[in-house]
Write a protein that binds this ligand. Structure first.
Ligand code: G6P
Length: 608
């Protein structure tokens, strides 16, 4: 999410900043900007869109004078992708310029306090509080000031700062967001990751949480927040730039699979407070919710599958009837919608044509629209009454993984939000549920450690010509996504069936050696599912079962087992989907498929 760079040296900063940002563009690319200090004046240049526009605007940086500066490529979280919201952000007295990666969770309160004190804001970003706070607390000592401001910030941040009182000193600080320092010959650099630095130096210092760095062209000093100088090790690395962009993974898909714990944390970030859910700028009040008699979820592809999980969870927790529809069907079936219906649109890109058309249809019929979207400022986000962003960061692989997982996470929050507003569950149950949700990233980390075992197991499906996924309840919802994942990247025909439905026709396709993958984490229905597994096993199926750790009920009937940590039964989608993302990845990998760009597919489908 967002890329930052900074430079201090004996030559012009802007050309380096732009080159560095280009390398970081995969982290976000909706707007970009640089701030360069020349004499005692900070000059900023910003554009909406890709770095290319900024390069064109500044003749590749040649028109911007100054040897010290910072740059940013943005993936919007707070505020649409506009020039005003593009970084760097300045303090009112123009003394400080700041670039930021991360989310400042308490920015609303900080912003309000500053506004009450007469500070004027130029953007909707969470970041802009930082330069204003630096101005407010500046005492002539930059380390003390930065340290003071860090003490006021909650959430995650990597900051690059220039101050006009320090004409050759670049300042950096971080907590929970990555930031590295490149140690050069006559220049020193900061960046979100090595890709931006590769062309200049291989000597790196990793900045740790709550450390502050002061860089001049000839020196790098790292301090703790008490101003004590720290002894930092310089690591010399040999890297392959494209591997670094993919974080060392061969494909974006695997990188994004591994980013899921972090992405879910981000999706939950700042939204669970004192055991209940808090959504910023959310207009759907308790009073409005009381008038809702039905919820309709509309989406396409994996977002539709996330919606099916949502239907189970919402109905269970709120007792409001919840329908789910494919966007391409919804709009042509004269949907029965009025102002008593809440319509929830789910879309990673926020640009899917069918979903957008469904939104317009529902809106025209008087429904309140809540969208669950990843891309800030996208068409669906703009057209909605309320938006719940998933904050997954840019998803590059066509087959979604972290996009889906964060949609599901936001649906949990939304369910708890409604349950609290309508009092359909007591406070303790909601708090316990939210505590279970908060534990999901850790549980997913545990599953990711099993990557190699799943890789081995995936060899089994390389020669499958067709296979089946079965499950009941939320297991069924996950089986739809698992099946789609496998077919879209490995090109193996795969179908998902509600386990109880198989015997009504499709069981005729089960023959000796046919792979059937049973999802069995919903323990309330384990006996029912076991009967269905026996039905296929008796007909010669090769059964792979995914069950909760410690559950031995399925071993006898299964040829292979996959275990995931046991979680609250309403949350199984978040854990159970992970092994099958990895399984699908490796089947496609063994088959030599183009994993990040599967044939015939597109990441964002803007046609009907
Ligand atoms: C495309 C993608 C899918 C995605 C679907 C909906 O088909 O390949 O991965 O689930 O669109 O996209 P959206 O951006 O609306 O979530």
């Amino acid at each position: 999410m967002c890329g930052i760079v900074g430079f201090t040296g004996n030559n012009k900063a802007a050309p380096f900043l732009l080159e560095g940002l280009k390398k970081l563009e995969y982290r976000g690319y909706d707007s970009a900007g640089i701030a360069v200090l020349s004499g005692d004046k900070i000059k900023t240049e910003k554009t909406v869109g890709r770095i290319k526009s900024l390069m064109e605007k500044t003749d590749n940086g040649k028109t911007v004078d100054g040897n010290i500066g910072i740059g940013h490529t943005r993936w919007a979280t707070h505020g649409a992708p506009t020039t005003e919201n593009a970084h760097p952000h300045l303090s009112g007295n123009l003394k400080f310029a700041v670039v930021h990666n991360g989310i400042i969770e308490n920015y609303s309160a900080l912003r309000q306090k500053l506004i009450d004190e007469g500070v004027a804001f130029n953007s909707q970003t969470d970041t802009e509080v930082v330069p204003h706070l630096l101005q407010k607390y500046y005492n002539g000592n930059i380390t003390e000031t930065v340290s003071k401001v860090m003490g006021l910030l909650e959430g995650s941040f990597a900051l690059g700062i220039v101050c006009s009182d320090y004409p050759d000193t670049l300042i950096a600080a971080k907590r929970f967001s990555p930031l590295i320092i490149g140690v050069g010959e006559k220049s020193n650099i900061i960046a979100s990751d090595v890709t931006a630095i590769a062309a200049v130096t291989k000597d790196i210092i990793y900045l740790e949480d709550d450390e502050i760095a002061l860089l001049t062209p000839s020196e790098v000093k790292v301090l703790d927040t008490n101003g004590k100088t720290l002894n930092k090790e310089i690591t010399t690395i040999s890297w392959d730039v494209s591997a670094a962009e993919k974080g060392g993974f061969k494909h974006y898909m695997m990188k994004e699979i591994f980013e899921q714990p972090k992405a879910i944390k981000q999706a939950l970030s700042g939204r669970i407070k004192n055991g209940e859910v808090y959504f910023e700028n959310f207009s759907l009040t308790k009073e409005k919710l009381k008038n809702i008699n039905r919820i309709v979820i509309v989406a396409c592809g994996s977002a539709y599958h996330a919606g099916i999980v949502g239907k189970y969870v919402i109905e269970e927790m709120t007792r409001i009837p919840c329908e789910i529809d494919l966007a391409s069907e919804f709009r042509y079936r004269k949907p029965i919608i009025d102002e008593k219906v809440l319509t929830v649109l789910i879309s990673q890109s926020g640009e899917t044509a069918d979903t957008l058309a469904a939104l317009k249809e529902a809106k025209s019929l008087g429904s309140h629209i809540v969208s669950i979207v990843n891309v800030v400022g996208s068409s669906i986000a703009k057209a909605s009454d309320d938006v719940l962003y998933t904050w997954a960061g840019p998803e590059i692989a066509v087959a979604t993984t972290k996009g889906y997982s964060t949609q599901v996470a936001v649906l949990y929050l939304f369910s708890a939000f409604i349950a609290k507003a309508l009092n359909t569950l007591d406070d303790k149950t909601i708090t316990d549920f939210l505590n279970d949700v908060k534990e999901l990233p850790e549980k997913i980390e545990e599953i990711l450690k099993e990557k190699d075992a799943i890789k081995e197991l995936a060899k089994h499906s390389v020669n499958d010509s067709s296979l089946f996924f079965i499950g009941r309840n939320i297991d069924y919802a996950v089986s739809l996504e698992a099946s789609l994942k496998l077919k879209e990247i490995s090109y193996i025909h795969s179908e998902s069936y509600a386990a109880g439905e198989l015997k009504h026709g499709t069981i005729s396709l089960i023959e000796e050696g046919r792979t059937v993958i049973a999802l069995a984490c919903c323990e309330t229905l384990k006996d029912k599912l076991l009967s269905n597994i026996k039905e296929v096993a008796a007909r010669g199926a090769f059964v792979i079962t995914c069950a909760n750790e410690g559950n031995t009920d399925f071993i006898k009937e299964s040829n292979e087992m996959i275990y995931v940590p046991k979680v609250n039964e309403l949350l199984i989608a978040s854990t159970e989907v992970i092994p099958f993302q990895i399984y699908s990845y490796y089947v496609a990998y063994y088959k030599g498929c183009d994993i990040d760009k599967p044939r015939n597919l597109a990441k964002s489908v803007t046609v009907e």
